[in-house]
Design a protein around this ligand. Sequence first.
Ligand SMILES: [Zn+2]
Ligand SMILES: [Zn+2]
Length: 182
Amino acid sequence: MSILPLLPLYHAFNRAYFEGSLTFGTRPLASVRWSDGRLRKTAGYYRRVNRFGRLHKGEIVLSRPILEKLPQSATESTLCHEMIHVWIDQVLKVKEGHGEHFYKRMAFINASQDRFQISVRHNFPVPQSAPKWWAICPSCGARFSYQRIVRGAACRSCCNTHYHGRWNANCLLEYHRVEKGV
Ligand SMILES: [Zn+2]
Ligand SMILES: [Zn+2]
């Protein structure tokens, strides 16, 4: 799944579900962008950017590492969720997280199409980080990926084959740091 351009989606959702209220002229009330590779805790967020000591324009950021591997509907529901926050913050101008206004608008959008469903929480799987270590069996050459060194871990298949299933130091895995890009 490649990453979608977000601004055209923003404009389409604005017309379809927010009566065009999320633009000022043709300018969106919040800018929309993809995160870099580090936003891994949440699929997206909306915030007001501080500038010159004042609350300035709003910004929606969507997580590239979480959403790029999911179907397009995940990006759509996340963007729409954040746009509800923009609407509450800048059109209704009320302080609310996921309250009455949020639920009403979410239910309205969910009922008016069946491409995607918005939820209150973004329940998407968070990608595992890349393995840091290769553990290699000196006897058979099998490779296993590990996040951290596990002391005393041995190759199960070699212990089974050569030592009647008992742990043996000859089958101890050797750790090698994973090189980036390998
Ligand atoms: Zn939210
Ligand atoms: Zn082995």
